[in-house]
Ligand binder design. Structure first.
Ligand SMILES: C[S@@+](CC[C@H](N)C(=O)[O-])C[C@H]1O[C@@H](n2cnc3c(N)ncnc32)[C@H](O)[C@@H]1O
Length: 216
């Protein structure tokens, strides 16, 4: 999309205006709130890790849900503009081989209850390329989940709709007590194929090798 059109759509976006009014760093806060209302993804006192957390809309919403006894850790290649007594942040490329260890170190080696990813690739406009690169991010998030998410934990990963996504959904479904795919109201922008994959109550790990196998 041309930058001028993107900017004018953004200025007119009611979710952007609402986020500004209510003090969230981004409109993504309402995507998490919507999914939380539907599925109670996050519990009071939980440890939550968010991959791709800058500027911090979802992180702030998650910090409100976990409360004072909980902890949220936001990870991004960019600095995250969000702070609070139960918020930690980490500047890190999740594709780097040492990312899972860096996350665990930050959590003092306590695994998390919920792993969220709102990480997105920079869009080139070439749809096939963008969806496949986003799929690679989803696979990386599954590898990280295999290492940092506790048994019985929940996930919420952003993906773009594509035929390959359906290939990995079947093995994903088998690893969680409940599996859902959700399009949130703020995702319903023109030109968007964004969906969130939700897994509740992981029953088995590792997941990532099976997903890679499903794609071969
Ligand atoms: C849509 S934004 C996230 C918005 C955020 N969840 C919020 O609530 O404000 C996508 C983010 O993914 C991050 N990202 C993309 N690839 C990444 C990677 N390899 N490692 C870490 N962060 C990444 C980008 O830097 C960007 O900040």
């Amino acid at each position: 999309m041309a930058r001028g059109r993107w900017l004018s759509e953004r200025r007119a976006d009611p979710w952007v205006k609402r986020a500004k009014r209510e003090g969230y760093p981004s409109r993504a806060a309402y995507k998490l709130k919507h999914i939380q209302e539907l599925y109670s993804l996050i519990g009071l006192g939980d440890i939550v890790v968010e991959l791709g957390a800058a500027p911090g809309g979802m992180l702030k919403a998650a910090s409100e849900i976990v409360g004072e006894e909980g902890l949220v850790l936001g990870v991004d290649v960019k600095p995250i503009r969000c702070s609070g007594p139960n918020i930690r942040t980490l500047v890190l490329d999740i594709m780097s081989p040492t990312a899972p260890e860096a996350i665990l170190r930050e959590l003092e080696y306590v695994k998390c209850d919920v792993l969220i990813s709102d990480a997105s690739v920079n869009l080139t406009g070439v749809v096939e390329m963008d969806t496949l690169r986003q799929l690679e991010l989803v696979l990386r998030c599954c590898e990280i989940a295999d290492m940092v998410l506790k048994d019985g934990g929940n996930i919420m990963f952003k993906a773009f709709e594509c035929p390959e996504l359906q290939l990995i959904e079947r093995p994903l479904r088998r690893h969680f007590k409940q599996f859902k795919r959700v399009i949130t109201p703020p995702s319903l922008r023109k030109h968007s194929s964004e969906i969130f994959l939700i897994g509740l109550g992981r029953e088995r790990a590792p997941i990532a090798p099976l997903l890679r196998e499903a794609l071969q």
